[in-house]
Design a protein around this ligand. Structure first.
Ligand SMILES: N[C@@H](CCC(=O)N[C@@H](CS)C(=O)NCC(=O)O)C(=O)O
Length: 320
């Protein structure tokens, strides 16, 4: 089912285009459907499938939430190889890698094939995560911030009450969560990419200073606290975690975000990170440092043309 259409401008990160001033601009996701009662996509067991990369911070948000909500049996998951190359993300059938899988549904070779199956003229990026509908053979949603909200509530009737009652976006904290998400997305989650992909000194420096200003702000917010909002785990923690856990292993070196490290520069963030990782299996089991490091250093050849994978830091994450 491999397409013969030349999609290299969409799939090959080596051909990525920057803005005229050398800055990186992330484009919006294309599939934005919701799973809900009386809609086209209703909550059902064994209807949906999740495609992820363990390297990708956006995909990891969905893995953490899937596990927290106990959706493992309801929504099976397939992991791609971390070698995102010319055709984008490959499955293990064409690029075997420990922890990666073949596509169990269509034996696709790349994530690209799934997008082109839905729409042969699809002209945007072939990104993960992908929430797939096995009944209609289509993509429900490929925007992680929405997939985690779908997982938070849509399947509550199908899971045990203790899982259904977990709410990572509680009504009374929504305003505060939305406000944090906005600046954390811009200056931290996407900020590291703006620094790393910058093609000129000025946008790079602008992004790096903004990242560390936000880390300073987060450090104050987390001093003496286990969670960002109130005293419960919310999506604000999940969305921040996926970037902070990659920070010392990848973003400090590969993306040149090196004013400070988390482990030596931010004691409260460091404690918050390690508590989530070591005390909550949803976080630890969704984090794979091998996939993370190999992906960034190998795939992003504009940033690292030799594809040499940095050996440090050791350990990837410190004990509590
Ligand atoms: N806004 C999307 C972003 C997803 C995204 O950019 N994923 C990256 C991996 S970390 C990807 O698949 N990139 C493929 C490409 O750029 O060709 C989300 O949050 O789901």
């Amino acid at each position: 089912m491999t397409s013969t259409r030349d999609t290299s401008l969409q799939s090959d990160i080596g051909k990525m285009k920057l803005e005229p001033d050398g800055s990186f601009n992330r484009l919006p996701s294309s599939f934005r459907n919701w799973i809900q009662k009386d809609g086209q996509f209703t909550a059902e067991r064994d209807r949906y499938h999740l495609y992820v990369s363990l390297a990708c911070p956006w995909a990891t948000r969905t893995l953490i939430t899937r596990k927290l909500k106990g959706l493992e049996d309801i929504i099976p998951v397939t992991v791609v190889s971390p070698h995102m190359g010319e055709f984008g993300w490959p499955f293990a059938s064409v690029d075997p890698f420990p922890g990666a899988n073949p596509d169990p549904l269509y034996n696709a070779q790349h994530i690209r094939d799934l997008y082109l199956k839905v729409n042969p003229h699809y002209d945007a990026k072939f990104t993960v995560p992908v929430l797939w509908d096995k009944k209609l053979h289509t993509i429900v949603n490929n925007e992680s911030s929405e997939i985690i909200r779908i997982f938070n509530t849509a399947f509550n009737d199908l899971i045990p009450p203790d899982k259904a009652s977990i709410d990572i976006y509680p009504e009374q904290h929504r305003k505060e969560i939305d406000a944090i998400n906005e600046w954390v997305y811009d200056t931290v989650n996407n900020g590291v990419y703006k620094a790393g992909f910058a093609g000129a000194q000025e946008p790079y420096e602008k992004a790096v200073y903004a990242i560390f200003e936000s880390l300073d702000r987060l450090e104050k917010m987390l001093t003496g606290k286990d969670y960002l909002v109130g005293d419960t785990l919310t999506e604000a923690d999940i969305r921040l975690f996926v970037t902070i856990v990659r920070f010392d292993p990848v973003y400090v070196g590969h993306f040149k975000c090196n004013l400070r490290t988390i482990r030596n520069g931010y004691p409260a963030l460091h404690t918050w990170l390690r508590k989530l990782y070591w005390n909550n299996d949803a976080f630890r089991s969704s984090t794979d440092f091998e996939h993370i490091k190999v992906h960034y250093y190998w795939s992003q050849t504009k940033v690292n043309p030799t594809r040499i994978v940095a050996v440090g830091p050791t350990p990837d994450i410190e004990p509590l």
